[in-house]
Write a protein that binds this ligand. Structure first.
Ligand SMILES: [Zn+2]
Length: 307
């Protein structure tokens, strides 16, 4: 991706303990209460309550529901790689603090794209914040460890990312390349779009009273839609002429490597389809490619179409 020299988002909150100076300047815990300058503030709070209640009811950790790592599947707690300075990267992707610039640029590209799409539909896009953290973080969705992977918290409209996940993606999951990483960020932003458009609260309502297997199937639809939205973003990014040869292939490969079936096979040697909550490799690739091909939100309706 030809990202260098392009606009970087200032919606990054650097909460890395070893970053040598965070942008946010706030101590963890300070930004947890959604301060609604808009009418959305109230619904955020309700949503948090819903999510937390749903979590208690179904016996899962609400902080994990939009988590996109491999969670408990990763042996040894996710293979923490704490080297944050001068890390070697043989994948052609940026290393160390250049990575932060890369993430800030990808985030800016998502802001521009989604602002345009929302505007075209008579809506106003509200930029999410992206929190960089190392090791562990407290969000409005609860306490999270980087072992659980990147996640989006609907309660505070923030994407949480420990960039060491990118190394894990490359070394452990076999998904290398810049655009594999861009896809991860775009997928999380896809959840933000779902939150802003009310899809997420609808999802929570629909999930009320469902058993675990059914709730997992619903979760798959939410996740595949976020993949499709990431594809929509990639579509517009390609139109800007900043995609390079192999970029989309890297994103599609990442979608394959983090498919539930592939991950389970790799991590535990067998698959438990009832436990799938993000979609199989084939499903994730299909929906990412679908969004990419048309760039249309209407092609991302994972709720009224077979997935
Ligand atoms: Zn997700």
């Amino acid at each position: 991706m030809l990202w260098r020299g392009r606009r970087q988002s200032d919606n990054i909150e650097d909460e890395r303990s070893d970053s040598g100076g965070g942008l946010g300047g706030g101590s963890p815990g300070q930004f947890r209460v959604p301060i609604g300058g808009r009418a959305g503030g109230g619904s955020s709070i309700i949503l948090v309550i819903l999510v937390v209640l749903a979590g208690w009811y179904f016996g899962f950790d609400p902080s994990q529901i939009l988590g996109d790592g491999s969670g408990g599947l990763v042996p040894g707690g996710g293979g923490q790689i704490t080297d944050d300075s001068g890390s070697q990267d043989s994948t052609g992707a940026p290393a160390s603090d250049e990575m932060k610039q890369f993430v800030a640029t990808v985030l800016a590209e998502t802001e521009d794209t989604w602002t345009g799409i929302f505007k075209a539909n008579g809506l106003t896009y509200e930029d999410p914040k992206l929190v960089l953290f190392s090791g562990q973080i407290r969000s409005a969705c609860g306490f999270a460890s980087s072992a659980a992977g990147p996640f989006y918290c609907p309660g505070d409209h923030k994407v949480y990312l420990d960039m060491t996940f990118f190394q894990q993606l490359d070394q452990q999951f076999g998904a290398s390349g810049e655009f594999a990483r861009a896809y991860v960020v775009a997928h999380e932003v896809g959840h933000h779009v779902q939150n802003l458009t009310g899809i997420m609260s609808k999802f929570d309502q629909m999930r009320q009273g469902m058993g675990e297997t059914e709730a997992n199937q619903m979760s798959v639809r939410v996740e595949l839609q976020a993949d499709c939205f990431a594809g929509v973003w990639a579509h517009y990014t390609a139109q800007k002429g900043i995609l390079e040869q192999g970029d989309m292939e890297n994103a599609l490969n990442a979608a394959k490597q983090i498919g539930d079936d592939t991950l389970q096979k790799k991590m535990q040697g067998y698959v438990v389809p009832e436990s799938f909550n993000h979609g199989t490799s084939a499903q994730r690739q299909t929906w990412l490619a679908r969004g990419y091909k048309s760039g249309k939100l209407s092609d991302c309706d994972t709720f009224n179409n077979p997935v």
